[in-house]
Ligand binder design. Structure first.
Ligand code: PGA
Length: 254
C-alpha cells in the first residue's frame, strides 16, 4: 500500500498572482524528483481546481477540501461530488475540524458526505480528533470512536479500501504543538480497532490512517514514520512547496 501525503491549502492563494507564484515554485521543486512509494495530493480552494487540473503535474493528484452530499440541484453555494470528479479530483477532505468548528458540521452530515463521495468515485479523507478539553477529560477514546463509527455508518466493508482516516487532534491543528510519537501510535491503534470491529480485520487493514496537525519536515519522522502512520495531512507547510516536498521525501524514503 502506498503512503499518502495530502496538502490542504485551505482558504489561501487568494488571487491569480499568488496562484501563479505557487505553480512556479512547485514546478521548480518537483523537477527531477520522483516519489515511487507515495501518492501526493493537493487540495486547493474550489476556484482553483480547474487551473490545477490544467497545470497538473503528473506527480500530484487533486483533491477538494469539502463537498455537499447531493449531486446537483438547488443548493445555493454548494459543490457536489460529481462536479469535483469533473474537475479532476480523486480525493476529498471531509469532516475537517475547521468545518466542524466554524460551520457546525456534525457526524451525521459527515457520514452522508462520506457515502456520497464513495458512491461518486472519490476517496474521502475523513478527519477525526479530540479537542484539548476532551483530551484533558480523558475522552479521546469516546470521541474518536463516535466520530469514526458515525462517519462510516453508511459504508460497506468492501468499500473500506477506498477510505482514508486522518487523525488530527484539534489542538494540534495550526498550533505548532503536536502529540508525542506514543500518543499518535495509540490513536492509530484505536482507529484500527474500531475499523476491525466495523469491517473485520482483512478489510480494516486496507484503510490508510494519516496523522495531521502542525506537520513539518523536521518532525515528519517522529509523527509519521516512527508511529507507523500511512502518511500525513499537511496544512500550512503545503503552502511552501519546498517544505511540503521535503515532508514527502522523508515519508517516501522511510
Ligand atoms: P496545519 O493544518 O498543518 O497548519 O496545522 C493541518 C490541517 O488543518 O489539516
Amino acid at each position: 500500500m502506498k503512503k499518502l501525503v495530502v496538502g490542504n491549502l485551505k482558504m489561501n492563494l487568494i488571487n491569480l498572482a499568488e496562484r501563479e507564484r505557487y505553480f512556479k515554485l512547485l514546478e521548480k521543486e518537483l523537477s527531477g524528483k520522483d516519489f515511487s512509494n507515495t501518492e501526493v495530493v493537493l487540495c486547493p480552494p474550489y476556484v482553483h481546481l480547474e487551473s490545477f487540473k490544467k497545470w497538473k503535474n503528473k506527480k500530484i493528484k487533486l483533491g477538494a477540501q469539502n463537498m455537499f452530499a447531493e449531486t446537483k440541484g438547488s443548493y445555493t453555494g454548494e459543490i457536489s461530488p460529481t462536479m469535483l470528479k469533473a474537475f479532476g479530483c480523486e480525493y476529498v477532505i471531509l469532516g475537517h475540524s475547521e468545518r466542524r468548528r466554524y460551520f457546525s458540521e456534525k457526524n451525521e452530515e459527515i457520514s452522508l458526505k462520506v457515502a456520497s463521495a464513495l458512491k461518486n468515485g472519490l476517496i474521502p479523507v475523513i478527519c477525526v480528533g479530540e479537542t484539548k478539553v476532551q483530551r484533558e477529560e480523558h475522552r479521546v477514546l469516546d470521541v474518536i470512536t463516535e466520530q469514526v463509527a458515525k462517519a462510516l455508518v453508511n459504508v460497506s466493508r468492501t468499500k473500506a479500501g477506498g477510505i482514508v482516516i486522518a487523525y488530527e487532534p484539534v489542538w494540534a491543528v495550526g498550533s505548532d504543538v503536536t502529540p508525542t510519537t506514543h500518543e499518535i501510535m495509540e490513536a492509530k491503534v484505536l482507529i484500527r480497532k474500531i475499523l476491525v470491529a466495523l469491517f473485520g480485520k482483512k478489510y480494516a487493514e486496507k484503510v490508510r490512517i494519516l496523522y495531521g496537525g502542525s506537520v513539518k519536515a523536521v518532525i515528519a519522522k517522529e509523527i509519521c514514520v516512527d508511529p507507523g502512520m500511512d502518511g500525513v495531512l499537511v496544512g500550512r507547510e503545503s503552502l511552501m512547496p519546498h517544505e511540503f516536498l521535503k515532508i514527502v521525501a522523508i515519508i517516501d524514503k522511510k
